[in-house]
Design a protein around this ligand. Structure first.
Ligand code: ADP
Length: 414
């Protein structure tokens, strides 16, 4: 091998090496070799060990018959044959009559893809209208195949690493959860035990007002404990997808007002403004959706104490969008992507009680309604939770009609 060939090989190696995305690396490799190795389409097939079939993991069309990129079925059978015979396979178009469409004169070359010692797939090239693939092209195709195999291995390593990182994060969250939950369970239990023991003391003579105060605390703490256990069970059921939903047409503005009234009985000082306008009905489970808004209220009370809450309902195309805004300290940008994860709590929130389950439950309930929930937050300005739910398809058209009537009437009034 002369020095120039070695230098070009080294250049190709480096270009492939520094490209983190395996498909782009393969694109660049094929593009660099384009002068030495002419083809119209290429596709990589990898064995699916579960189904016994083969999946197209890469396809590229550079020349004639570009549509072949979309479905790489053209190379399917030759890939199967390469996998059977475990060696390169060249298929020529046979006798060609003058004037035959070039697309019907396919020279197909398939080479095996080995990962380690295991045959895992095939790389197939097609060239329409010749010339045929010569011996050196077959060698080059095998070289490209071995590069492709390393890139595919890199891809599975990257996927495995990402999965491992996610499992590790989940395990860390579960560890934190165990300590959080034991603290969360112990606190109300401590109150219940302490106040009931005091009430039962033979030597103490509590007056009626004190007795009532102690019993109220016991009652509230028992409710807190029940809520906590329900949240844990709920999140387990949501995770295993065994929670039942009862869907029916409902008005979200009415549901939010109900929740708001319930919250106000415990937090009379809380200022809530609801701007609902005319909104369509949705198809939803009222108990579960109430739970979502109870959680958002409870979070706002915990994390944005003293803030006013603005709740706005608006139609957004065929969706109903609810914005739930507080004017609290906000959530740092870096943590926002994680707050809907199970057990996740923003670091530094340890003084406020919580388990990291609330927003996870909200998200799962909204997903079960084919909706979306996300948060937007600006530090020192506040946080807005946005929920988007599909309008009830049965009433939606009537709603759209009603809205256009409203529009026309108001236009007339102008
Ligand atoms: P928990 O409240 O039990 O910690 P959640 O899942 O309800 O769990 O919330 C996750 C995290 O999101 C909370 O720990 C808190 O840091 C943050 N958070 C939720 N709502 C707000 C809000 N309105 N303002 C600021 N931070 C919030």
């Amino acid at each position: 091998m002369d020095i120039e060939t070695l230098q070009s090989l080294n250049k190709i190696f480096q270009a492939v090496e520094i490209q983190p995305d395996w498909k782009l690396a393969l694109d660049s490799l094929l593009a660099t070799l384009r002068h030495q190795f002419v083809y119209d389409n290429v596709a990589a097939y990898v064995l699916d060990r579960q189904t016994g079939g083969q999946d197209v993991v890469y396809a590229r069309a550079v020349g004639r018959g570009k549509s072949a990129e979309a479905d790489a079925a053209w190379g399917d059978s030759i890939a199967g044959q390469v996998l059977l015979q475990k060696s390169p396979l060249l298929k020529e178009p046979g006798d060609i009559l003058p004037g035959t469409d070039r697309l019907l004169q396919a020279h197909v070359l398939g080479v095996p893809l080995y990962m380690g010692a295991r045959l895992e797939g095939a790389l197939v090239f097609v060239r329409f209208g010749g010339p045929t693939f010569a011996e050196e092209h077959i060698t080059l195709a095998q070289l490209i195949a071995s590069w492709t195999s390393s890139l595919l291995e890199r891809k599975s390593l990257q996927e495995a690493r990402a999965e491992l990182e996610s499992v590790q994060r989940q395990m860390r969250l579960q560890d934190d959860f165990v300590s959080t939950i034991s603290h969360e369970l112990r606190t109300p239990l401590g109150f219940i035990k302490g106040y009931s023991t005091s009430l039962l003391r033979q030597d103490a003579n509590w007056d009626a007002a004190t007795q009532s105060e102690f019993l109220t605390i016991i009652d509230e703490e028992a409710d807190r404990l029940t809520g906590l256990i329900e949240n844990m069970l709920e999140s387990a059921r949501l995770q295993s997808k065994t929670l039942q939903f009862k869907f029916q047409p409902l008005r979200l503005d009415a549901l939010i007002r109900d929740v708001s009234v319930r919250v106000a009985t415990h937090h009379p000082q809380l200022e809530v403004r609801i701007d609902a306008g005319t909104t369509p009905t949705i198809h939803g489970d009222s108990v579960r959706l109430s739970q979502v808004f109870e959680n958002l209220f409870s979070n706002a009370i915990k994390y944005a104490p003293g803030s006013q809450l603005d709740i706005t309902l608006k139609t957004h195309g065929r969706k109903l969008r609810v914005a739930f805004r507080d004017y609290g300290p906000g959530i740092p940008e870096d943590f926002i992507p994680f707050i809907f994860e199970r057990f996740y709590r923003v670091p530094g929130e340890r003084s406020v009680t919580g388990t990291g389950l609330g927003l996870y439950i909200c998200k799962q309930i909204i997903l079960a309604h084919h909706g979306k929930i996300w948060a937007e937050s600006v530090m020192d300005e506040g946080t807005t939770f946005i929920i988007e739910l599909p309008a009830d398809p049965l009433t939606q058209d009537t709603f759209i009609q009603e809205q256009s009537n409203v529009q026309t009437n108001s236009d007339r009034g102008r």
